[in-house]
Ligand binder design. Structure first.
Ligand code: DON
Length: 313
């Protein structure tokens, strides 16, 4: 029987609002440390065109690393498979901001979702232009995916990370030494930090993810990416989207997902749903604690999993 999604979304939001252990809000970006942890939002865009939302689904948050999915989509559109000469496709087994593998692996990051990989993707997307051009392109792309021109960048968050992003500066400089960052580091990071500072609410984010549940199609018509590319992006989300907790996320939730330190997660059920959850408190791996729990509950109750036969979901 098809799940009663509105009832289930309400139930998940009620359960999550009552949770006491909400994790810890990210503090290494000072602006993010100001966010109230007592919030939880969820929105599900379904393949048959519904949008079901609950909790704080209308409150905007910093999408942070979730932007890496959209940036990867743009970069693949620009350079295609050549991207894989500069970025790997393997889980790193390390934290999102780790530098340890870069020396042994000659400045080639393991995947496009760890910070090092996303910085190379930003370098590709910069393509010889000024950061404002690349940032404008990214913003237009996300607005087009969500069908919402109100989506904007939170400049305070971008400035906050620019002032404190020492690890990212180290990563970018290190890769520049290997020739895998080709533009000046401050331009690449200017673009990367602004992309991470895009603010969206759960409704907007679930809508923006629809092309990944629809085999690359935009629901309003036309194609965002080919079916093969949509499947590969989903594969990377499943294997690398939660950093060194990607295996645990696949085990517990069983669908592709990409997290951000703002507390959001975009999760995709191919052919069925694009789901956004948000709660600012993070677990020890830097992924939303309640967001992960909510997706686990939702997947269990709906039967949604990329590991079960389609007729079982
Ligand atoms: O570069 C950073 O550290 C942040 N702008 C993004 C990191 C992030 O979202 C990690 N995800 N959970």
């Amino acid at each position: 029987m098809a799940p009663d999604l509105p009832a289930l979304v309400d139930e998940v939001a009620t359960i999550m609002h009552a949770m006491e252990d909400r994790g810890r809000v990210a503090s290494y970006i000072p602006e993010l440390a100001k966010v109230d942890p007592a919030q939880f939002g969820i929105a599900i865009a379904t393949a048959d065109g519904r949008l079901i939302a609950g909790g704080d689904a209308d409150t905007g948050f910093s999408i942070q690393s979730i932007s890496k999915v959209f940036a990867l989509t743009l970069a693949l559109g620009k350079v295609g498979d050549q991207l894989w000469e500069r970025v790997g496709r393997e889980p790193s087994g390390n934290a999102f901001n780790s530098i340890v593998q870069l020396e042994q692996e000659q400045g080639i990051p393991r995947n496009p979702f760890i910070n090092a990989g996303a910085i190379v993707v930003s370098d590709v997307n910069l393509g010889g232009h000024q950061p404002r051009v690349a940032i404008g392109e990214m913003l237009r792309f996300v607005r087009y995916l969500a069908g919402d021109d109100a989506i904007a960048i939170n400049e305070e968050v971008a400035a906050s990370e620019t002032a404190t992003g020492f690890r990212n500066m180290a990563l970018a400089n290190y890769m520049r030494a290997f020739g895998n960052v080709r533009h000046p580091v401050d331009l690449v990071l200017g673009s990367y930090f602004h992309q991470c500072a895009i603010e969206m609410n759960c409704r907007q984010l679930a809508l923006a993810g629809r092309y990944l549940m629809l085999d690359g199609r935009h629901p309003e018509g036309g194609r965002v990416v080919s079916p093969g590319r949509a499947r590969r992006i989903n594969a990377l989300m499943l294997t690398c989207g939660h950093y060194d907790a990607s295996g645990d996320f696949a085990f517990r939730v069983g669908i592709p997902g990409k997290s951000g330190v703002g507390g959001g997660i975009l999760a995709i059920v191919p052919g069925r749903a694009s789901i956004a959850v948000w709660s600012p408190g993070l677990n020890e791996n830097g992924n939303s604690q309640l967001g992960t729990q909510a997706l686990e509950l939702l997947a269990r109750r709906t039967g949604w999993s990329v590991f079960s036969p389609p007729d079982a979901r």
